[in-house]
Design a protein around this ligand. Structure first.
Ligand code: FEO
Ligand code: CA
Ligand code: CA
Ligand code: CA
Length: 601
């Protein structure tokens, strides 16, 4: 199949065939090659030790690239001729079973694991556009943000009684960030990162309705940090609120290594997959964010203040104050036509309209019985009270800057329609949704409005084995099979890109990165661009189509293996274990794409 170039994209490729889940290879299209930009354990600073599989320590890890890279953002450094860039990467979690020898002292395993969490900012450099980026050890902007580093709480819940601890009696400053998953670049050049599965780091009484709703329980955590550090056990006096200080959208300024990262309570507290911002027509900014839990919700934040071009200090306060909404979807087909098989209803579309239901408006709570602080800290319970739609795990929610439409990746929901759980509806039309779907939303009015239209762009799966997949009407014998959409990105000409997490256990192929045409006759065409190695997840896609290159973070390769019995040897394939890494894919031979070889990006 020849390469296609939807919307005139410079990134022309012939889709790869899906790769069997047992294969430990990174696969790219014909004519392309791949290169690790940075790997777990790579030294970030001049005084950082080289990585040593047999001598890893917390002291070393503090100065090295962290584990399980997820969200990744690259911004070119102005004036560098496209040769230097600053990269932000978060480190969602750790896989101690394959990271360190089983002989390592248990207390040191805890400290190494903690040091491998957090965030990294690192500079990149390339000689010209035909060669891959390398990271620059010891560069000026390089930074590790660790669990011992200070974050400032902003918004109405900052300083409230719900977030105070014995170490922070004013409730203003939190040490560290946990479970960072996806994220987004703001129009003012900072990055947002979502604190997702924070609950898994805390042991708690687990008795209150709030704790139960967030999955906080009185049981030992997988990593046992609560045995080493009091604050991870909220049964301890003085730490009752520690878990209330996680679950936010974090904002980091990668351009200032001395800046204090923020946690924005105005965007609510839940298992934020990430957040993505668009400037509304009237200058306010709108952030979309999904709560990645089965049957949880989709949210939208609208800032009080307006974006001011060029006033970076002002723009960096925009996410501190605003209105918060949660989504209710209504289908336009009779519910009898939604049978849980994902077969299309009689009108030929899963579609309808919806409402953004206010939780906070003009600084006032809209939820009876909840103060503003309570809405922002116990957001799930406040949302429960207004009747939003229970979704199939919203992952990335990303507005297109081309069309202003908003795309929502619903990754899967094995419990849809099972037992007493909610059954299928038009926006989540499949019982035991194994393969997920992608929603396209169109705000009815400007971006700050409270009503929207929606349709399902994709009902995912392998059309060869599932007759009820849907690719916006595009011929299904021509698409790449795709399952469990997770992260979203756009290229410069408005095509959607999707990375996946969970294909091996569903359609039996390794996870990958896919391009989706949104406009014209080829709308709904899904083309696979790359496939990641065994047990790996494809994260943090960045598309630089004018440079004919793309980046992904390969997360948890070989996570089902063990020390001495690895299932992946990515990316070095030298007989040692796997390393989560940021990978650049680029043409194997220099080409003449726009921006390539001319040194001006
Ligand atoms: Fe960490 Fe929702 O994926
Ligand atoms: Ca994710
Ligand atoms: Ca319909
Ligand atoms: Ca995921």
């Amino acid at each position: 199949k020849p390469g296609s170039a939807p919307n005139g994209s410079e990134l022309v490729f012939a889709p790869i065939a899906p790769v069997d889940a047992a294969v430990d290879e990174f696969t790219v299209p014909e004519g392309f090659t791949w290169h690790p930009v940075i790997r777990w354990g790579d030294p970030i600073f001049e005084d950082a030790p080289e990585f040593d599989w047999h001598a890893q320590s917390a002291e070393a890890q503090n100065l090295q690239f962290g584990y399980n890279n997820d969200y990744t953002e690259i911004q070119e450094i102005p004036g560098s001729g496209g040769r230097r860039a600053v990269m932000f990467v978060n480190h969602e979690y750790t896989n101690e079973n394959i990271m360190v020898p089983p002989t390592m002292d248990a207390a040191e395993v805890v400290e190494v694991g903690m040091a491998a969490h957090g965030l990294t900012v690192v500079e990149l450099e390339r000689k010209n556009h035909n060669v891959p980026y390398e990271y620059v050890r010891g560069a000026e902007l390089n930074r590790r943000i660790l669990l011992s580093d200070t974050f400032e709480l902003t918004g109405a819940a900052a300083g409230s009684d719900l977030v105070t601890t014995v170490e922070d009696p004013e409730g203003r400053y939190v040490l560290g960030t946990l479970g960072n998953c996806a994220g987004g670049l703001t129009p003012w050049g900072t990055v947002l990162s979502g604190e997702e599965n924070f609950h898994s780091y805390f042991r708690a009484p687990g008795t209150s309705a709030q704790e139960k709703r967030y999955g906080l329980a009185d049981k030992p955590t997988a990593r046992g940090w609560e045995n080493a550090h009091d604050r991870y056990d909220t049964r301890n006096a003085g730490y009752e609120n520690e878990a209330n200080r996680f679950g936010y959208i974090v904002e980091v300024d990668p351009w200032d290594p001395t800046s204090t990262p923020k946690k924005h309570t105005a965007l609510g507290r839940f298992k934020h997959e990430g957040a993505n911002v668009i400037i509304a027509e009237d200058g306010r900014v709108v952030a979309y964010s999904g709560d990645d839990e089965r049957f949880d919700y989709l949210y939208k934040f609208v800032s009080t203040k307006k974006y001011v071009e060029g006033d970076r200090a002002h723009n960096m306060t925009l996410l501190e104050e605003g209105d918060l909404y949660v989504a209710r979807f209504e289908g336009n087909s009779p519910s009898a036509e939604i049978d849980g098989s994902a077969a299309l209803p009689a009108d030929g579309a899963f579609d309808g309209t919806g409402q953004w239901l206010p939780l906070v408006l003009d600084g006032a709570s809209q939820v009876p019985g909840f103060s503003v602080e309570e809405v922002l800290v116990h957001t799930r319970l406040a949302a429960d009270a207004v009747g939003p739609t229970k979704m199939d795990r919203c992952e990335d929610v990303e507005p297109s800057l081309h069309s202003r439409r908003v795309y929502v990746a619903c990754t899967n929901n094995s419990n849809r329609g099972v037992g007493s759980n909610a059954g299928p509806d038009e926006v989540n039309p499949r019982t035991q949704n194994r393969d997920g779907h992608v929603i396209e939303m169109d705000e009815l009015g400007d971006q700050t409005t409270t009503s929207f239209a929606w349709n399902l762009l994709l009902v995912c799966g392998d059309p060869a084995t599932d007759e009820n997949t849907y690719f916006a009407g595009f011929p299904e014998d021509q698409v790449s099979p795709i399952s469990c959409p997770d992260n979203l990105a756009f290229d410069s000409v408005g095509n959607l890109w999707i990375s996946t997490d969970g294909q091996p256990s569903g359609i039996g192929f390794n996870d990958g990165l896919f391009r989706v045409t949104l406009d014209g006759d080829a709308r709904g065409n899904v083309e696979q661009f790359l496939s990641v190695p065994r047990d790996g997840e494809t994260c943090g896609p960045i598309i630089r189509d004018q440079d004919r290159t793309a980046f992904v973070a390969v997360q948890h390769p070989g996570e089902d293996g063990s020390w001495g019995a690895h299932t992946s040897y990515f990316p070095d394939y030298d007989g040692t274990g796997p390393k989560p890494s940021v990978i650049q894919v680029l043409p194997a031979k220099p080409g003449k794409g726009k921006g390539r070889g001319n040194g001006n990006g």
